[in-house]
Ligand binder design. Structure first.
Ligand code: FRU
Length: 312
């Protein structure tokens, strides 16, 4: 039997199952999507990509909600989606405090696709994201090389209760071990540009001498860019290099082009893969427990060539 014949049989069977004898099935699938904070540029892009990916499929109805960086609000989203009996939940959780809500949805039989930040345990259907440990290690290698194996670093870390924070930091520290690259100041900027500004001001105040900081590692581009701006206000931006993560075309990559950032590592948001995975689940195809996305490095040297792939 050829593929088309097989597919049209499938449609006919679905039509019968739907009780619409002689009619084609018109089942729509509702995806409840909970974003932890749409105000951040990387997440605004994820929202837009989710919408665009869903738009290509008439059978999908996307219900998107923004938790505005509020855990309790995001927990309520998940509960509301369970009550509404959505066909799947896609969630990019604020942090691991969403573990329980996700587990309850999963236990209620709703497929749950987790994006970017992880929950604890295994009560979810699929996790999709880039490997932040690989990114952390690649940042460390790049930093050690860019500094010629020696220098003082400020590390602006992500929200400590979210998994990418430690995952981007620990392998970075591992990679600079055995070199003379030293972290002289670190702080939790909670992934927020405004917090990163405050922390960078504190870093400069603690290291007031010219030439006492050689590089700032911002765990995301908003933090790295904020660090540059604060250093510039203090007339110190030329003393140091700035490296971040995300590589949005109109944010990190643009900043590399302008000479604000020395490097940024791409962090794909997984929206397209999430919609594709939901479709797999709806079609009864088995999805892998984890889908790992790749990363790319952008520097002044390679930005016009589209960056370069790094990591496995
Ligand atoms: C946005 C963001 C990104 C970062 C990701 C980590 O909230 O901070 O900039 O890469 O979350 O989870």
């Amino acid at each position: 039997m050829n593929r088309r014949c097989f597919l049209s049989m499938g449609v006919a069977v679905l039509g019968l199952a739907g009780g619409a004898l002689g009619q084609e099935a018109k089942k729509t699938y509702t995806i409840g999507f909970s974003q932890c904070n749409s105000a951040e540029p990387w997440r605004a892009q994820m929202d837009a990509d989710m919408k665009a990916a869903a738009k290509g499929h008439v059978e999908i109805r996307l219900v998107a909600k923004d938790a505005q960086n509020d855990r309790a609000r995001q927990m309520s989203h998940v509960k509301e989606f369970v009550t509404a009996k959505v066909d799947a939940i896609v969630i990019s959780p604020l942090d691991t405090s969403l573990t329980q809500a996700v587990a309850e949805a999963f236990d209620a039989g709703i497929p749950v696709i987790v994006l970017d930040r992880k929950v604890l345990g295994d009560k979810y259907t699929v996790f999709i994201g880039a490997d932040n440990r690989v990114i952390g290690a690649e940042v460390g290698k790049w930093v050690a090389k860019a500094l010629g194996g020696e220098g003082n670093v400020v590390e602006l870390k992500g929200l400590s209760s979210s998994t990418p924070a430690a995952d981007r930091s620990e392998p970075f520290r591992e990679a600079i071990k055995g070199t003379k690259v030293k972290v002289v100041y670190d702080a939790d900027m909670e992934w927020l540009k405004s917090k990163a500004r405050e922390k960078m001001q504190a870093a400069l105040a603690r290291n007031p001498e010219t030439g006492s900081i050689q590089l700032v590692y911002g765990a995301n581009d908003p933090a790295a860019i904020a660090a540059y701006e604060v250093a510039k206000d203090a007339g110190r931006e030329k003393e140091m290099k700035f490296v971040g993560v995300d590589a949005l075309p109109n944010e990190g990559i643009e900043a590399v082009r302008k000479g604000i950032l020395d490097a940024t590592f791409e962090y794909p948001n997984g929206a397209r893969e999430a919609v594709a995975t939901a479709l797999d689940v709806f079609a009864g195809r088995t999805a892998p427990k984890s889908i790992t996305l790749g990363t790319r490095l952008y520097t002044k040297e390679n930005v016009d060539k589209g960056g370069e792939k790094v990591g496995p």
